[in-house]
Design a binder for this molecule. Structure first.
Ligand code: PMP
Length: 284
């Protein structure tokens, strides 16, 4: 049984409790982060903490603890669970208060929950085959740059993908791809340029995305940050997604269109290798 963290206490997962009045539960009034663990060490921890601070600021939510304390909690969870490879999920909510659309008083303590999920991140079988995605309308709210726990629509989109025999969905707004249900989306054009949407309120500012764009530029892959249409994606030479838990995952089919040779492309494979080398070298 896992040891989890809830509001100052480490306890067995079946003894952890949060209030029925928690605003995360009643209003999805909470934000989260997912940090990967490789060899018992945290990947890009400071990036995740910087984004957490930004999400909290955007929602006028108090930080539950300083970065040093959060690092210590992450490390204790790794130790207590003997976690070698997997993820640490962290969630902060605006705390517990009688149900009211207005925020509770500012001195209401935030809720803080963390737990581990063991997973074979490096050896996911889909890395070899690539994944298939279907396109669905992006019906999420207009502040996707804030990493809130309101994940019902991405969850519905992923179920729709499953129903249609695919692995994931790419979300479409005004004919262009915004991102995947839980990842950022990229294509490679016939002349070898890596294309992904620029940062805005329309997408989550992926921590992996930042690293991948920097590594691509450093390794001579030309990068263009611009929106791309569904049609352009279907004609692309390669496609892939990035996230903290999948790193770089090749996409080999978009709706009915097979991408490239129908197998993971060389740029996606190269970026995955380079990313993993750096991630493991700089993990803390
Ligand atoms: N977009 C969305 C909608 C996501 O949920 C995620 C993963 N949390 C990402 C992009 C990728 O972000 P990161 O690389 O920081 O995991």
């Amino acid at each position: 049984m896992r040891t989890v963290y809830v509001n100052g206490i480490f306890c067995p997962e079946n003894q952890a409790v949060v209030s029925v009045f928690d605003r995360g539960f009643l209003f999805a009034d909470g934000v989260y982060e997912v940090t990967s663990v490789l060899g018992g060490r945290l990947i890009d921890f400071s990036g995740h903490m910087a984004r957490l601070r930004r999400s909290l600021d955007e929602l006028s939510m108090a930080a539950p603890a300083g970065e040093d304390e959060l690092l210590s909690i992450h490390r204790q969870l790794v130790d207590k669970n003997g976690l070698d490879e997997g993820m640490i999920y962290l969630q902060v909510t605006r705390g517990s208060a009688d149900r009211d659309f207005l925020y509770p008083p500012e001195d209401t303590p935030a809720s803080l929950v963390l737990f581990t999920q063991a997973a074979n991140l490096r050896a996911r079988p889909q890395v070899q085959t690539g994944i298939r995605v279907v396109t669905v309308p992006d019906l999420r709210w207009q502040r996707r740059d804030i990493k809130t726990v309101q994940l019902l629509y991405p969850s519905m989109a992923k179920m729709e993908a499953k129903r249609r025999g695919a692995d994931d969905a790419w979300l479409v707004e005004d004919e262009v791809i915004t991102e995947g249900t839980s990842n950022n989306a990229y294509i490679v054009t016939a002349d070898g340029k890596l294309i992904t949407r620029p940062l805005s309120h329309s997408i989550l500012h992926g921590i992996t995305r930042t690293a991948i764009l920097r590594l691509a530029a450093e390794h001579g892959v030309p990068v263009e940050e611009r929106p791309f249409t569904v049609e352009e994606a279907k004609q692309s030479r390669e496609a892939f997604v990035t996230s903290a838990s999948t790193f770089v995952m090749p996409v080999v089919q978009i709706d009915e269109a097979v991408i490239g040779e129908g197998s993971p492309g060389p740029i996606a494979r190269k970026l995955r290798t380079i990313y993993l080398e750096e991630a493991e070298r700089t993990a803390i």
